[in-house]
Ligand binder design. Structure first.
Ligand code: SAM
Length: 239
């Protein structure tokens, strides 16, 4: 791993890190390579690209102070651990839950967490089902998600996990503007209010125009939501 690139990027973003964090990033990359050599876990990226696209991009909310100390956070559709793993490496105080519908990704994350010496919960489930479990419903301070679904669908996959006052953070590109009207309508139905879109620049990648879509949990989610697994994607609210 290119440590200088990662350290320089984090510094440019104003994000604090220590030597242990850099070592854990390096170890996490090695574990990813090890798994990718024997299964199709995630797209294989060139080393610098991985630092930018995975590590720095995932860290964006820390540049904006969006996650309080010891916040309970759920990463919905985490895949190979993005954005949740970089967030946890940089902020081991976070109480992180990694959620994915694919068992092989959850097994990978369990192994990675134990080898990195990090503590977190993992959950093999569809978001629609997990959000109906009492121990997960309306109990989180923040829900993060990257590259999982369009904004209106994401509102239904994330807002039911949040307590009132919690925050949903969705990683998006410049196309988010076209998703906003439906997302606002969907959030309203689910007890949320779209706060807006904030730039989430990755150092040296001005052309990416990455943003975070922020939605506040302003009320309770009605019991009817989320609808049964698959329905949010097939019939998005607000569209
Ligand atoms: N967030 C990761 C990233 O940015 O690299 C992974 C993105 S991958 C394109 C989408 C992931 O979301 C997959 O691992 C998939 O299994 C998961 N996923 C999609 N819909 C889901 C749902 N309803 N509940 C749980 N996981 C879901």
């Amino acid at each position: 791993m290119n440590r200088e690139r990662l350290a320089g990027g984090l510094t440019a973003m104003g994000i604090a890190f220590d030597q242990t964090a850099l070592e854990r990033f390096e170890a996490f990359h090695a574990i990813l390579d090890e798994y990718n050599a024997r299964m199709d876990l995630t797209a294989v990226l060139e080393e610098d690209e991985r630092v930018d696209r995975h590590d720095l991009d995932s860290a964006a909310p820390l540049a904006q102070g969006l996650l309080a100390q010891q916040a309970r956070v759920i990463d919905v559709g985490t895949g190979a651990g993005f954005p949740g793993m970089p967030l946890l490496i940089l902020r081991p105080d976070l109480r992180m839950t990694f959620l994915d519908a694919l068992q092989k990704r959850i097994a990978f994350l369990q192994d990675a967490l134990s080898r990195l010496g990090l503590t977190a919960q993992t959950l093999h489930a569809r978001a629609e089902d997990a959000a109906r479990m009492p121990e997960h419903r309306e109990g989180y301070d923040a829900a993060v998600s990257r590259a999982v679904a369009n904004a209106a669908v994401l509102e239904e996959l994330t807002l039911p996990f949040l307590r009132e006052g919690g925050l949903a953070i969705a990683w998006k590109g410049p196309g988010v503007q076209e998703e906003l009207t439906a997302a606002r309508r969907a959030a309203f139905v689910l007890g949320g209010t779209v706060r807006g879109v904030v730039p989430a620049p990755v150092p040296g990648r001005a052309d990416w125009q990455h943003v975070l879509l922020l939605t506040d949990k302003t009320g309770k989610t009605p019991k009817a939501y989320p609808r049964k697994a698959g329905t949010p994607g097939k019939k998005p609210l607000g569209m």
